[in-house]
Design a protein around this ligand. Structure first.
Ligand code: FDP
Length: 366
């Protein structure tokens, strides 16, 4: 926990004045440069409230009749689960009327959702993947909600927001985070001032800070990749994985372990807490063919990972510098420990430079 949020053991012990999400955001609002204006704070609190409702729906499982498919497909041609749609609706309903947003976009919606005229329009754009890892929902493994917040371009004042207004590079995000619905329900957040974890205190109903500023532990020999896609890997990725599989008997002289949950949220959370790297490369025979989405998966996760001292590339270039060309654009992802990302990426200098840049910005006060 950061020194500014440390409590005396006695106050922690009896549970007085915990650092809740609201208190954290209000304190960030008061920092020089105000990294979290009131409107952004209220927006993040609204997203967090919706995540509580999503977590509640998930936890009911078969008893709440929320498991299984709907028999429909989303814009990506993927089978929609009931919970994909429930979570999408919860996020739309919670965020529509607050006056903080100009529009929203989601993995589950073909095009953007403008704020209806009956509500005031705000200055932010919200993107989300309502249930990431949804193939895991029916088998009771961790899933999550990923979100990214952008500023609506000044140019869209006085006209309808368009899809193009969402096509901003990841470095322009003002906030990003995820909720993870696992043994505990957690919210992990950055507004560009480090990464903080909040645990849902179910008895009180509030998010309570339990970690931060988070730093990716160095030297963890763990990689996460879907081995079944091996035929799609570039020579650089194949070499990277092969060296790690050879372990102590190969050129690295050290054993690695593989970890793969098929929920990006859970894999990224493990990396933030314990280190390692996650790879979902594009098909090198057809780079347009990739699994993960840039705007509401790769960009927010890259923002979090970089803020925690790691790096994220598409296998060559920094993800947060990629110019988006479509709302549902897909991208290859190599993300996590900066050294591992550099070793797995073609332009080794790019990832290293990124992590140095972040190190510098985090060590600069204000
Ligand atoms: P899902 O489609 O189930 O929501 O978002 C993409 C994602 O999950 C990631 O969370 C996960 O890493 C990946 O897909 C798993 O996909 P495959 O099983 O096709 O590898």
């Amino acid at each position: 926990m950061s020194s500014t949020h440390r409590q005396s053991p006695s106050r922690e012990g009896i549970g007085i004045a915990p650092v809740t999400l609201s208190r954290f955001l209000i304190e960030q609002q008061r920092l020089p440069g105000c990294p979290c204006p009131a409107e952004l704070r209220l927006l993040i609190e609204t997203v967090a409230r919706a995540c509580k409702a999503i977590g509640h729906a998930i936890s009911k499982g078969a008893l709440g009749d929320v498991l299984g498919g709907l028999g429909s497909e989303n814009v990506q041609g993927e089978v929609q689960k009931k919970l994909d749609v429930i979570a999408n609706d919860l996020l739309l309903d919670a965020n529509e009327w607050g006056g903080h947003l100009a529009a929203m976009a989601s993995e589950e919606m073909e095009t953007i959702h403008r704020i209806p005229n009956r509500y005031p329009r705000g200055e932010y754009l919200l993107l989300f993947d309502p249930i990431d890892g949804s193939s895991n929902v029916d088998v009771d493994l961790s899933v999550g909600t990923i979100f990214s917040v952008l500023r609506a371009p000044e140019a869209c004042a006085g006209r309808d927001v368009t899809e193009e207004d969402f096509l901003q590079a990841g470095r322009d995000q003002v906030a990003a985070g995820y909720a993870i619905y696992g043994p505990q329900t957690l919210l992990v957040l950055t507004i560009g001032t480090g990464v903080y974890e909040f645990t849902l205190d179910r008895e009180v109903g509030s998010w309570r800070m339990t970690d931060g500023p988070m730093r990716i532990p160095a030297g963890t020999r763990e990689f996460a990749i879907n081995m079944a896609r091996r035929r799609q890997w570039s020579p650089a990725i194949s070499r990277y994985i092969e060296e790690r599989i050879q372990g102590a008997e190969g050129p690295l002289g050290i054993d690695y372990n593989m970890r793969w949950t098929a929920s990006m949220v859970a894999d990224i959370h493990r990396i933030l807490k314990r280190g390692g790297v996650f790879l979902y490369p594009a098909d090198h025979r057809n780079p347009g063919k990739a699994r993960l989405r840039l705007l509401y998966e790769a960009n927010p996760m890259s923002f979090l990972i970089e803020q925690a001292g790691g790096a994220a590339t598409d296998g060559a270039d920094r993800i947060m510098d990629l110019p988006p060309v479509g709302l549902h654009q897909r991208v290859g992802v190599v993300i996590g420990d900066a050294g591992e990302v550099a070793a797995a990426s073609n332009r080794r200098s790019a990832a290293a430079a990124t992590s140095r840049e972040i190190e510098r910005s985090l060590s600069t006060p204000g």
